[in-house]
Design a protein around this ligand. Structure first.
Ligand SMILES: [Zn+2]
Length: 405
């Protein structure tokens, strides 16, 4: 298989032993699962299915960022405990992804269960000269990691601009360098906090992912994934921390980033309020239709969601399911081996799911013609089912098959 790696900026042969570890940055649970989340996790679901179909064993970790400013703000608005809000929204997310036939992670750690270990890592970074304490806060010193910026390939001005946009607070006067990032944040009055040698507070977001990736998968992680909006600063910072803690090993062997799903001209996001919720779509379209719609674009592409993509994908899902219901004849069997080869080559080519879907639909069309001509289609239907499973399709109809007009 060839896979695009953000760090090398190149599509490389995927070279790995039988054991593959995968870490995908998880959600901050304070709002319902939207289609942008579904795009990200469906893509990694297909990547892992393909690796397993190719003979690998995959260990998959996804974290839950169950404490941060957004959760605290939303819990305050709702007048509920932040832990209760995080628990409720995490369960909803798991339910939505299960309905889309997305596999569960092998490890699904919550940040708040891991804080002692994060404190240990931050202490080691201070001891090794990579971090410093100021008034109860701890910062990572980016000048101590010479490869800072290599992942995102941004220059300093671009980094400063994006850090400011994404809550990096580069104007904080306590930092020696505005790009130094926070490892430990002293609690404001009334905020939940955990003890540490520096203050009662909580860890920064970046160190959470380093800790959970290292604890559950070890360094190097074979594949580290996330949305392309996480390349900077989040993944740049994770890499700086992890490779400072263990300079002998790369943190990650393949950095895999999924494009942004836009809607109404903007990235789909909670803060912009332009969300399409998976739970709502599942009332009108089958899980297969939603998966096919998301996989009809190459994963690295950022694209604009439009409603008609789902109507088209529902037609595809119906065609694939209908092909499996057709009767087999006694005539010369339909040989599906060419479709099989083309399907595998497509996924081996940096997970080219649009071409893989095209091959499945082609096979379904051939099955229909062959069935009408009285040929044996048993082997072709078995292949269609197996390749559909590679894309996570279940061939089940929509819960409510009423179609939009
Ligand atoms: Zn992360």
């Amino acid at each position: 298989m060839r896979l695009y790696d953000t760090l090398s900026g190149d599509t490389r042969m995927f070279e790995s032993g039988p054991e593959v570890s995968v870490y995908v940055c998880g959600i901050t649970p304070y709002d319902t699962t939207h289609l942008g989340h579904a795009f990200l996790y469906v893509v990694f679901d297909v990547l892992m299915r393909h690796l397993e179909a190719s003979g690998h064993t995959v260990t998959y970790t996804q974290n839950v960022t169950d404490i941060d400013d957004d959760i605290l703000r939303k819990a305050g608005e709702l007048g509920m405990d932040y832990r209760e809000l995080a628990r409720r929204e995490t369960e909803r997310f798991q339910r939505d992804l299960a309905a889309l036939n997305v596999r569960s992670p092998d490890h699904f750690p919550r940040a708040t269960d891991e804080i002692d270990r994060m404190v240990d890592l931050i202490g080691r970074l201070i001891d090794d000269g990579h971090a410093y304490e100021r008034e109860g806060n701890v910062y990572f010193r980016i000048s101590s990691f010479s490869a800072y910026g290599a992942l995102s390939k941004l220059d300093r001005d671009e980094m400063l601009e994006i850090a400011a946009e994404r809550g990096g607070n580069p104007d904080d006067p306590l930092r020696d360098d505005p790009l130094d990032f926070q490892l430990w944040q002293k609690a404001a009055p009334g905020e939940p906090s955990w003890p540490s040698p520096w203050s009662d507070g909580r860890p920064g977001w970046h160190i959470e992912c380093s800790e959970m990736a290292l604890r559950y998968l070890g360094q190097p992680v074979t594949i580290h994934g996330g949305g392309s909006d996480l390349i900077f600063p989040h993944h740049e910072c994770e890499r700086a921390q992890s490779e400072s803690l263990d300079p002998k090993h790369p943190f990650v062997r393949y950095w895999v980033h999924v494009g942004m799903l836009r809607y109404e001209g903007e990235k789909m996001s909670k803060s912009l309020g332009n969300l399409v919720l998976v739970g709502d779509l599942l009332e009108r379209y089958s899980a297969d239709a939603i998966r096919l719609a998301l996989l009809s674009r190459h994963y690295r592409e950022s694209w604009e969601y439009q409603v008609d993509v789902l109507a088209t994908a529902q037609d595809w899902a119906d065609q694939l399911a209908a092909a499996l219901e057709l009767p087999s004849g006694e005539g010369q069997p339909l040989d599906p081996s060419l479709r099989n080869t083309e399907f595998a080559m497509a996924l081996d080519n940096d997970l080219d799911t649009p071409t893989a879907i095209h091959e499945l639909l082609g096979l379904a069309g051939e099955i229909e013609v062959a069935s009408g001509a009285g040929a044996s289609i048993t082997a072709a239907k078995d292949l269609l089912r197996a390749k559909g499973d590679n894309l996570g399709l279940t061939f089940q109809p929509a819960l409510t098959p009423a179609r939009p007009t």
